[in-house]
Design a protein around this ligand. Sequence first.
Ligand SMILES: Cc1cc2nc3c(=O)[nH]c(=O)nc-3n(C[C@H](O)[C@H](O)[C@H](O)COP(=O)(O)O)c2cc1C
Length: 318
Amino acid sequence: MNKFLQDAGIEVPIIGGPMYPCSNPELVAAVSEAGGIGIIQPISLTYVHGYDFQEGIRYIKSLSSKPIGMNVLIEKSSKKYEDKMKEWLDIALDEGIRFFITSLGKPDWVVQKVHAVGGKVYHDVTELKWAKIAVKAKVDGLICVNANAGGHAGDIEAPCLYEDLKELGLPLVCAGGVGDKKAYVEMLSLGYLGVQMGTRFIATVECEVPSDYKEAIIKACKDDIVFSLNLTGVKVSVINTPYIQRLGLKPNFIVSWMLENSILKGLVRIIYMLRSIKNLKGLVKGKKSQQGFFQAGKSVEGIRKVETVKKVIHSFIH
Ligand SMILES: Cc1cc2nc3c(=O)[nH]c(=O)nc-3n(C[C@H](O)[C@H](O)[C@H](O)COP(=O)(O)O)c2cc1C
C-alpha cells in the first residue's frame, strides 16, 4: 500500500478535491464511499449549502462511514476568518476527521493540531518555492497543483512539477488535468501516488450544480478553457463562454493597479469575493446557472458523460 493511501486510510488513490461552491455533502460522501476520499470545503458546506459545520460533518458521516477529509484555507486577511477556520478545524478533529488539505499560506498551526491527534496534512503547492515552506512546516505530503487544474491553476505541467518536487521525499498527489482513466494511469506512472480531481466530479449525478454546468463540461474540450484574472484577482480556470468574454480575462487598469498595491489588494479581493459569493450561491440546489460562469479545468477533454461517482471511480480502477 502506498504512503498516500496509508495516510488517508483509503483503498483507491483518488481525492474528491475541495470545491467552492460545488462540494455538496452528498458529493463528498460519494467519493469516500467509492473508496477514494471526499474533502469538505468548509465555506461551501456552511455558507453555500447551508449546514452548521458540525451538523454537516455528521450528515456526511451518516452517508458514508469511510474516511473523509477537510480543506483548511489559510488566509491571514481577516482575524475573524482565521478564527472561524481554527474553530472549524477543532470541530473536524472532534468529529474524527484525520486527513486535511491546506491551501495558501503557512500550514504550521494546522500541522501542530493535526499531528497532536495522529492525523495527516497535505499542502497544496504549485511550485518548489511553496513546497519548501510546507516541508519546513512538517506537512506529510503535497497536492501538486499543475497548469491544467480547475480552480486556481498553477503554471507548471504535471511531469515537470513531479520532477521539481520529488527530491523533497514526500508523497506527491497530482491535481489537475485528470478527467479519464488514460490521464489517471499516466499520472500514476509518472510517480504520483494519487490524483486529486475536481472538474470530473462536477459532472456527476451527486454534484448539485445545475445541469447546464454539467453539460458545459461534457461538451467542452481543453481549448475551451481560459484563465481569468477578472473573477477573484487570482488566475481562475473557466470555460470560455460569452459571459467570460464580455467580462474580459484581465482586470481594468485601475483594478490592476490596486492589485499591485499591498494594502488595496485586500480590498479588491474582498469585492471580488462578495461578487463571486453572490454569483456562485445561485449555482447550487438545481437553480439555473448564472450567466455562463463555469469553473472547470482542462480535464474537460476526457469527460464525456454525467455519471455517478461510483461509476467514475470504478471506470478508473478496473
Ligand atoms: C469549481 C472549483 C472550485 C474549487 N475550489 C477549491 C477550493 O475551494 N479549495 C481548494 O483547495 N481547491 C479548489 N479547487 C481545486 C480542486 O480541489 C482540484 O485541485 C482541481 O479541480 C483539480 O483539477 P481538475 O479540475 O482538472 O480535476 C477547485 C476546483 C474547481 C473546479
